[in-house]
Design a protein around this ligand. Sequence first.
Ligand code: CDP
Length: 202
Amino acid sequence: MFTVAIDGPAAAGKGTLSKRVAAHFGFAHLDTGLIYRATGARVLGGEDPVAAARTLRVEDLARDDLRTTEVAQAASKCAAIPEVRAALVEFQCSFARREEGAVLDGRDIGTVICPEAEVKLFVTASDEIRAERRYLELSGKGQDVTRQGVLEDLRVRDQRDREREAAPLKPAEDAVLIDTSEMDIEAAVAVAIKAVAAVFEG
Ligand code: CDP
């Protein structure tokens, strides 16, 4: 059992780093943001947030409409509700304990979900750079977004995620900070793999 916790603000590159780290070490990967997005999507469909979180199904995570700014905002609103977070803890914890090793990425993995994780990374980049990367990602998928709209979404969510009472976004005390503002993806992946290897391979 070996757990890597990767946290950071919106669109910091956690998803790409997590997938690459997981593939490199043969660990499973859980994008915990997807759980909150799936809850948010059901709330946009008219359900109560707590009821939606309590009845979340694996197939909800496979919906193809989760990567929109509208769903991201709904996710971040749901994520501030303690009962929603509580309903989603067990799934995340049992995933983290799997035998082959696991990488979980989110906002509170190193602080709340897996405080005992062997490696904790906190990934950041400047607001403008994160917004530019997310703008390219969403517009590349054909979504009708603007740079300003994407920047606004990230800032509003980050502020809500940092200021909430329940499991706020912040680095664990023992997290390795990785600022990817000046790094391309390969450089960031190399730094993350090195940090994990230092512990995993002793
Ligand atoms: O992909 P991006 O970084 O923009 O967002 P995400 O990781 O998919 O997360 C969407 C929202 O879910 C965040 O803005 C948080 O409010 C919430 N979230 C959370 O509260 N805790 C987590 N462990 C993961 C996501």
